[in-house]
Design a protein around this ligand. Sequence first.
Ligand SMILES: *[C@@H]1O[C@H](CO)[C@@H](O)[C@H](O)[C@H]1NC(C)=O
Ligand SMILES: *[C@@H]1O[C@H](CO)[C@@H](O)[C@H](O)[C@H]1NC(C)=O
Length: 341
Amino acid sequence: MKLAAAIMVLAVVCVNRGLSRSKSASILGQEAYPLLLSFVKAGGRLGLQECQRQFKNDIWNCTLDKHVIKELPIFVKTTLPYGLTCSDYFTAATRETAFIHAISSAAITHEITQQCKKGKIPGCTCAVIKKPKRASDDWTWGGCSDNVKFGERETKRFIDKLEKGNDARTAFNLHNNEVGRKVVRANLRRECKCHGLSGSCTLKSCWKQLGAFENVGSDLKKIYGAAARVKFVENKLQERITRDLRRAVSAKDKKLVYLDSSPNYCVRNSTVGSPGMLGRICRGDEVSTDKCKSLCNACGLRHQTIQEVKTIKCKCKFVWCCSVQCDECTSKFSVTTCKRY
Ligand SMILES: *[C@@H]1O[C@H](CO)[C@@H](O)[C@H](O)[C@H]1NC(C)=O
Ligand SMILES: *[C@@H]1O[C@H](CO)[C@@H](O)[C@H](O)[C@H]1NC(C)=O
């Protein structure tokens, strides 16, 4: 179990140092370890699914290397969702690797927080929050606020604790993990419910709640676009501001950082885990046909677009009482494939 557990954590965020079962303080006892580990794994899968959804129509589409799996024991192979393991390409600290760190850490935080809310984690309770002094007094905190602090702390305990050392790669991993968690926290929203006579809203109780993980995914994708190249100087990740001025980056800025430039994802390159764009298919019902075409053209490939037809539900009518009846219609859409000139 100990080894399996350690490898599963490695599978979520690629690190190859140290083992888990940290001795650090947690409000939970050791009994909670297998339970939390299952949420860590579920979170890892959620993060990768969201990564693939966000990058579906980009040149890099969050494809992950599989060739290293061959070398792993059979129980790991059968439990790994996508074959995310340590490999040559994964050790490069590119902005893609940064994204995977951030979204995995974010998704694990999200998952643990949601499981806590559902009451699935013994010992984890609703968050206690203070009302801002200047807030109006027609509402109070009530209900159960999402305990993101707990989610963050346990995520750190599982994945950050694997990072030991004082080198560029460790700092890179830790920074991007932290940015992921910060973006989850920034997605907390206040939700309220009215109490009061016959639907009047004289008194409201409110709580803080996480939104859908897709929102975190799209926020992180925007941040990925603005990632900064950094250098590890004087034990800190530093960003170049002007020609002779550097500044240490802080996770508070919610900025992803990278150390290495990305490989060319247009071409097939198994050492970096890139399938290449030749033969890539892009559907016009997901993005515009123009975007599909430019995806091929950006990689020096020709595009071939054909029309396809699908059946969808349409002309839906409400039938008294209480069902909805629809017709079946056909809808045309384009499918673009990248081809050689
Ligand atoms: C694969 O990518 C690596 C890293 O960018 C590069 O050094 C190597 O030349 C590439 N190989 C091919 C066949 O393009
Ligand atoms: C990513 O693109 C490659 C081809 O470029 C394709 O084979 C693969 O299925 C795509 N992956 C996902 C998750 O869409």
